[in-house]
Design a protein around this ligand. Sequence first.
Ligand code: SAM
Length: 207
Amino acid sequence: MKDWYDWHQPYADPASPLSRRMRLVQRHIVDWLDERPELELTVVSACAGQGRDLLGVLAERPDAARVRATLIEYDPRNVAVAQAEAARLGVAVEARCADAGLLESYADAVPADLVLFAGVFGNIGDEDVRRSVAALPRLCAPGATVIWTRTRRAPDLTPAIRAWFAEAGFTETAFHAPEDVVFTVGVHRLTADPRPLDPPGRLFSFT
Ligand SMILES: C[S@@+](CC[C@H](N)C(=O)[O-])C[C@H]1O[C@@H](n2cnc3c(N)ncnc32)[C@H](O)[C@@H]1O
């Protein structure tokens, strides 16, 4: 079993692949905020860990009060870290100790204008990835952006993931696959209509 608290240690090194991946995710969170003029925006992060990507951006944004976010994370130690950082920053971010693989865990947190799936698709089976991508319109507000990551370690599932996003009604707006690392960061915008969160059910389980 992985220790998901210790998993965050490489973030201490700004040159680590994990830190590089996070900076790409954060760049797209910044772009999304800059593109959206609304005074109220909703964010949900699945398997959010310590929420460093979103909280790191909000810490630098004078307009952080526009954002209401829910971080869904299973490990209570990571939830506590995220909640403490959100309180320190004074931002409207709730870290929720819940199973992000269950649709019912997203009640009251969605529809979201930004959905973060960072560090999820590399830890679940291919069929769970397919099911999760197909269900993403159920977490989305109209025109929502989804930022996702996935390793390209062989067999590379990212071509299939990109096709599944297209089938689910998303348009790709960015895709980063740096040659010297195995991580990938993808960004998709929902161009089809969102779908209701109900009925409840399971999207994925961590392997
Ligand atoms: C690979 S880490 C990614 C963390 C964060 N998104 C990031 O990129 O820094 C995966 C996280 O998912 C959490 N996790 C595992 N299974 C989960 C589940 N069923 N529901 C919610 N979180 C889960 C782990 O505790 C861990 O913090």
